[in-house]
Design a protein around this ligand. Structure first.
Ligand code: ADP
Ligand code: MG
Ligand code: MG
Length: 874
């Protein structure tokens, strides 16, 4: 097996073997771009490293030396040579990019002799010592495991003594001092001198990169991004080029289009006289690309052209790392750029319009789950804001929350239900769990390509970075702004779209879709074959749903219409009624209200169908809290109010009678409509009356009724009779009629298994996959998610949360059986799904493939559902 590939032996398609970085370096070399030569050790060598007790097999070592020798020949330099040394970088890279997760070592091959050669060669002591002290620091912290802050502290000390701000302002003597101090640290911490043999350095560095695959932050990153553990990382060895060679040298990162807005313009950052990680680490805030254009216009033009070609070649926006050594350009990495959801959509649509990709591909490139930030509210442009600072707009969206100063605190506060803004000088990969727990991220240093910015964009978390007028005082745990000092726990708002930092909460306005987003959604409609309905409970929601592009209402839950402070007491009275007379009385008060809502929903959905579910009251949710009631009773007793005492006692008795051991499986759904038919009668009447009244006004209305929690065909038959009789009554009173299909809501396994019989009495089937998941697993969701489910997911007892990702082999199988059964005698029976699964792409793909006719989502998820449905059909 071949374990080592020279750049010219590989290409972009080999990313599983060479890692994405190595594969793209190979591809770029083949394209003839200025890439320093090098070679890549495969991911398979990494897996072998672990299989063989963390050792690099001698055969692989031999191959490495062989490739190194080739590198020496191409570069005309020799590894470890005292007068003409070859220096290399050792870079990690897996097949799925894990930015900032693994460590890179630069300037390897330096030692006390080669550094002297470097001085002579470039006649630049500053550069040679700067490279050596960087190398000692990187090698020692990454390979030897010495705490990096020991080195950072010394560097800060020397800078303070020299009275300079930037590393690049240190004199060669300072740097030489540092080198000696660093070597002391190494001796003290490891008991050995800093390794001087370049080959030993190289093998140790390769081993360390392999080893870093399982470091905690890489493992954590893989877990949240669902990247498998076993794939391993490749290691790329590449000849060094130097951005720290003076004022015509530097290092940069650029995007071929703007990663936050998607605007088609080169966007990047550059730092003169700096090396690699300086930009990403956010230690100095870099300058915009225009500085390169001003100082080295030819180099800039060359880069601009390369960037443009790379984008065309890869047919996607590229994120390019490059270095300029004394005016000469070198490209060091390219990859598909991480971007905000907003930018992603604009780029996909623009590229389709430019003819670079097709419309199908534009749709496929938008993850339905990732557009959630676009549904977020933004800061009201007319609001008066107390702006206390301004940084760089790193990741769009507004977020309000309490200030926290470290990742642990962010997690802690998040767990107790707080919205938090993580405020850091700069973030490091160790902070990732804190960023995940935060509503927003604010840093005082670093640019838009810094770690915080990249991760925030990736996660869709609003972020402002490089807010340099702020100081974080970690000792006092305070944030010093120009005007105020803020403490941990104080509330701020950040606007990641403008870079503003605002004191306190601010008024927000609903989202406005960009032109490109609307275009993409129109394209989605061209491709999708399932209808996308909305689940709404109020006329306002119906209006929103229509704006979002819903083709009708797939589910209107009538019980939720009662969750209104004015209506709730009447519902309670209806539930607590001791007899039919009392119940009818309470209902008669409720029905006009409900009819009014139906009017609103029918109007908002004029011309489209509206499916209304007959009431399914989880009784306990409507009843007064027993301990609150006990307290009221006691108060009445103390006050000696006999009438009130009687009333409360009666209520208490009724509640005790209605008490259910397991309300989810309780007296609810169609069981209510069968035992108290007057409830369904009156609801049916309200629906039919509302529909006929609007029809009389000339409006097109398409009402449908659906029956909840059916487990047996006899239930369905019974309810259907009630509903049909009532409809006939209304029709004869109104001297008009309207078609009202009656469907079944399937959320119980038994209904799935006997759907053929049920379908005899049902005009259509809607699966409620949230509840079907509960009843299929026997999980009560509210309890499960807080208790064992999290454990199950962490320990891989379950691969995914079945409430988020439809469990295709169990719940999905039940659905398939129900569809087969249901269509046995009614081949054209329409079936659909309501539930959270309807905007999750894998679940939607499954639903498409089993032949579902429609899906129904909440209004905010309609755009996701439309995209998911289009992707499923493509
Ligand atoms: P990461 O995956 O964290 O981005 P890289 O391997 O890309 O790590 O290395 C980080 C940076 O180090 C690069 O962006 C580049 O600036 C610098 N670098 C890596 N290899 C070389 C090299 N051969 N010459 C000069 N700089 C290099
Ligand atoms: Mg790195
Ligand atoms: Mg990189």
């Amino acid at each position: 097996e071949k374990y080592v590939y020279l750049f010219h032996e590989g290409n972009a398609s080999m990313n599983e073997l060479l890692g994405r970085k190595g594969a793209n370096l190979a591809e770029m070399s083949a394209l003839g771009l200025p890439v320093p030569p090098g070679f890549t050790i495969t991911t398979s060598a990494c897996r072998r490293f672990y299989d063989e007790g963390k050792t690099i097999h001698p055969d692989i070592v031999r191959d490495i030396y062989h490739a190194l020798h080739t590198l020496e020949e191409t570069s005309g330099k020799r590894f470890g040579h005292p007068s003409n040394p070859l220096l290399v970088s050792v870079r990690s890279g897996s097949s799925t990019s894990m930015p900032g997760m693994m460590d890179t070592i630069l300037n390897l091959g330096l030692n006390d002799y080669t550094v002297a050669a470097l001085i002579k060669h470039k006649e630049n002591k500053h550069f040679a010592y700067d490279s050596y002290r960087r190398f000692i620091q990187m090698f020692s912290s990454i390979v030897l495991g010495i705490n990096d802050s020991l080195f950072e502290d010394e560097l800060e000390k020397v800078k303070r003594q020299a009275n300079v701000k930037q590393d690049s302002q240190l004199t060669p003597d300072h740097l030489l001092d540092l080198i000696l101090i660093y070597k002391e640290i190494v001796l003290k911490e490891t008991g050995h001198k800093f390794p001087q043999d370049p080959k030993q350095q190289l093998l140790a560095a390769i081993g360390a990169v392999f080893d870093s695959w399982y470091n905690p932050r890489a493992t954590f990153y893989r877990r949240i991004h669902k990247i498998p553990d076993h794939i391993g990382t490749a290691v790329t060895i590449q000849q060094m080029v130097f951005g720290n060679l003076g004022s015509n040298s530097g290092t940069g990162i650029a995007f071929t289009r703007h990663p936050s807005t998607g605007e088609n313009e080169l966007f990047g950052e550059f730092m003169f006289n700096a090396q690699g990680e300086d930009i990403v680490a956010g230690i100095r805030t870099p300058q915009p690309m225009t500085v390169l254009k001003e100082r080295l216009p030819e180099t800039f033009d060359q880069f601009d052209k390369i960037a443009c070609n790379l984008e065309k070649h890869y047919r996607d926006v590229q994120d390019i790392e490059f270095t300029v050594e004394e005016g000469d350009l070198y490209v060091l990495q390219t990859r598909s750029a991480k971007r905000t959801a907003e930018a992603n959509i604009k780029i996909a649509v623009d590229m389709a319009n430019e003819g670079v990709i097709g419309r199908e591909e534009a749709i496929m490139r938008v993850d339905p789950a990732a557009i959630a930030p676009l549904m977020q509210h933004t800061i009201d442009p007319t609001a008066e804001l107390n702006v206390i600072g301004k940084g760089l707009d790193a990741s769009s969206g507004a977020a309000t929350g309490i200030i926290v100063f470290d990742a642990e605190e962010a997690e802690r506060q998040h767990r107790t239900g707080h919205s938090v803004i993580l405020v850091r000088q700069e973030t490091t990969p160790e902070d990732i769990h804190g960023i995940l727990a935060s509503a927003g991220v604010l840093t005082t240093r670093g640019g838009v390509t810094s770690h915080a910015a990249v991760v925030a964009r990736d996660l869709g978390t609003p972020s402002v970075v490089g807010c340099e007028s702020f100081k974080v005082d970690m000792e006092q745990r305070e944030l010093h702004t120009d005007t105020v000092i803020l403490k941990e726990g104080d509330i701020i708002t950040i606007c990641g779209s403008t870079g503003r930092v605002i004191l306190g909460e601010v008024p927000l306005v609903p989202p406005k879709f960009s032109k490109e987003f609307c275009t993409l959604l129109e394209w989605a409609n061209e491709f999708k074959t399932m209808r996308v309905y909305s689940s709404v409970n109020t006329p306002q929601e119906a209006e929103l749903a229509r704006k979002m592009g819903a083709e009708g209402v797939g589910l209107c839950r009538t019980e939720l219409m009662f969750m209104d402070p004015e209506r709730l007491p009447r519902v309670t009275r209806m539930i607590l009624a001791r007899n039919q007379r009392e119940r009818k009385k309470a209902l008669n008060e409720l029905i006009p209200m409900q009819k009014y809502d139906f009017h609103g929903i029918f109007r908002a959905m004029a011309g489209k169908q509206v499916t209304i579910r007959l009431i399914d009251p989880p009784l306990h949710e409507f009843l007064p809290n027993p301990s609150a009631l006990a307290l009221e009773l006691e108060r009445a007793r103390v006050a000696g109010d006999t009438k009130l005492i009687e009333e409360k006692e009666a209520l208490q008795q009724r509640i005790e009678m209605l008490h259910e051991l397991n309300p989810s499986f309780g007296h609810r759904g169609c069981r209510i409509g069968i035992t108290y038919p007057e409830i369904y009668e009156i609801q049916t009447r309200a629906i039919a009356e509302a529909a006929l009244e609007l029809k009389a006004e000339g409006l097109e209305v398409y009402p449908r009724i659906i029956v909840p929690l059916v487990s047996d065909w006899r239930e369905m038959k019974k309810v259907r009779e009630t509903v049909e009789e009532t409809l006939q009554q209304v029709f004869s009173i109104y001297r008009d009629r309207i078609d009202v299909p009656i469907g079944v809501f399937i959320e119980l396994p038994r209904a799935c298994m006997t759907a053929d019989k049920i379908a005899q009495y049902a005009d259509f089937i809607t699966f409620g996959t949230n509840d079907l998941t509960q009843s299929a697993y026997g999980f009560s969701r509210d309890d499960a998610e807080g208790k064992y489910l999290a454990y199950y997911l962490d320990n891989n007892i379950l691969p995914e949360n079945p409430f988020v990702y439809l469990d295709t082999e169990g719940v999905g199988r039940l659905i398939e059986i129900a569809m087969e059964q249901g269509r046995k005698n009614k081949p054209n029976l329409k079936t659909g799904v309501c539930g959270e699964h309807t905007s999750e792409k894998d679940s939607v793909l499954f639903l498409q493939n089993v032949g579902m006719n429609f899906i129904s989502s909440v209004p905010q998820r309609i755009p996701s559902a439309r995209i998911a449905a289009a992707q499923a059909a493509i």
